[in-house]
Each structure stands twice: as C-alpha cells, then as structure tokens.
Write a protein that binds this ligand. Sequence first.
Ligand SMILES: [Mn+2]
Length: 324
Amino acid sequence: MTDQAFVTLATNDNYARGAMVLGQSLRAHSTSKKLVALIGPHVSDPCQLVLKKIYDEVRLVDVLDSGDTAHLAMMKRPDLGVTFTKLHCWTLTHYSKCVFMDADTLVVSNIDELFDKEELSAAPDPGWPDCFNSGVFVFRPSLETYGKLLQHCTEHGSFDGGDQGVLNGFFSDWATADISKHLPFIYNLSSIAIYTYLPAFKQYGSNAKVVHFLGKTKPWSYTFDPKAKRIRGDVQEAATHPPFLLEWWTLYCSTVVPMLHEHYGDQPFHSGCVEEEIHSSHAQAAPPPLTSEERKQKWEQGQADYMGMDSFENIQKKLDSFLV
Ligand SMILES: [Mn+2]
C-alpha cells in the first residue's frame, strides 16, 4: 500500500539516530508501508542523508519558518514548539492512513496490521491508563483535523506540556468511546511496566511487538561495546529492559553506524560504539553494595538498579524461587 506510511519525528541528531534504528527495525520486519521521517532544522546534514537512505520520505518541518497556522499557534504558545512539529504529521495528506511512532521506539515484529485500525487508535499509558500513550498511534492525515488540533492547542494548551497532553485533550473520548481504538499494550510496551507488573511481563512480554524506551535515559544515552556485546553508561537510572536495549544497539551498530561513517567521512562523530580496552582497575572497582534499606529507598524513588541488583534476570530468579 503506497498511500499508507509509518511516520516518525527527529528534532536533533540523537533522535535522528533513534529514527534510523526505528526505520531499520521496520525494514528488518518486512513492512510493506512507506516510511516517513519529519525532521527539525537542527538535524545535521550527514544524519539527514542517512535518514534519506532508510526512509522513503524525509520532510523538513520548521515551524518558525513555516508562516502557516502552526507558526501563528506557536507565537501564542512558544512552550509547545516540539509539539507543533509533531502535529505536522496530520499534514501528510498524500497518505490516507498513517501510524506515528516515536523515535525512541523499536519494532520487534511486523506491525502492518495496525493499518486496519482507525484514528485515533493507541495503547494505554502505563502511568495513567485512561490516557493513551502518544508514542504509537494510528491517524488519518487531514488538514481539517490539523487545523482543529492547532486551535485546540492554542486554546487549551497541554496538561503535560507535550503532545500527549494535547492529543489526549483533543481525542478526549478515547478511554470510553470505542474499545477497538485501544491498541494492546504489546504495541507500545514501555519498560516501566516490566518493573511495575513483573508477572504480567513474564506472561505476555514475549508477545511484544513495539518497545518504547520511555523516560529520560534513551538507548543513545549509553555507549556500547559491540565486541563484548555490552552496554555501558550510568545504568542506575535505566528504565530499560536490557535485552531490548541490546537489540537496539545491535541493530544500530550493524546497520546504522556503517552508513553514518560513510556520510560523516573524515568528520569525527560520536557513534556510541566503543570497544573497551581490557578493564583498568578503576573501571572494575564497583561502588560499595547498598544495604537492603538503601536499596528499598532507591527503588521507591524509582531509581532501581535495573542493570545490576534489580535486573530483570535477578528479579526473575527471585520470582522463580517463590514459584517452584
Ligand atoms: Mn517516546
């Protein structure tokens, strides 16, 4: 179907790298749909060129420069800049139906069946399930809807400061009107759910089709040692399931980094793939282990040590010890 497309948004080079991996993951799972990337003016030339290799269409969206209704809306609500950029997806009227996907999502299975759904279909947000999460949603491009959305935006703003607040305000009957517009959680599985409802993750997690790296720490916030297949970085605040993170990095290193090298040429750039030397003593010196009270406190503050003590494997071990 050439009038249906997956659409994503990258406002800087980091999110552009996310978009590259997302695009590659869609291709790896043999999508028959077009791929469209909306980009902001801050995405560098080499990144734009790589996106053009992966995506069928790369469209520059400069709200400040557009001179259209979005520009006017932004003058009233300058705080919602990126949100207005995202709403631009409704202007892609050369497609009859689209699925928007955040650049911090990863496809782990073919999801073309989402195009059977209607606007606005989305999965519940794990933090407030009467709201949908705007990281993955089905929509129909329409200038009429676009205009109404911008109007809604300027009149009511966004209750969370971003596009999710605007979209939930606009499609406000999502929670109750039509159950067929509730996508199963496996189409927008945020790793937060793994730690808030582990038994459900154990039961259903293997059905995941889209993983969403919610939260401040994104896959590209880490570095990766491709030889050792190890993720490095401040993993304390990682709200990310290690195997999915590993899948992101493996796809990135094998299929995206070579293209980045090609387009950066002699220019230096930070790929994030670093082969570590044999560890010096300082790298091996682990911080003193937390007492269980300190650990409990950290967990309650949402700072579980997901890659270490509180890793999924360790939680599973503990759980298994109860189950057998
Ligand atoms: Mn996101």
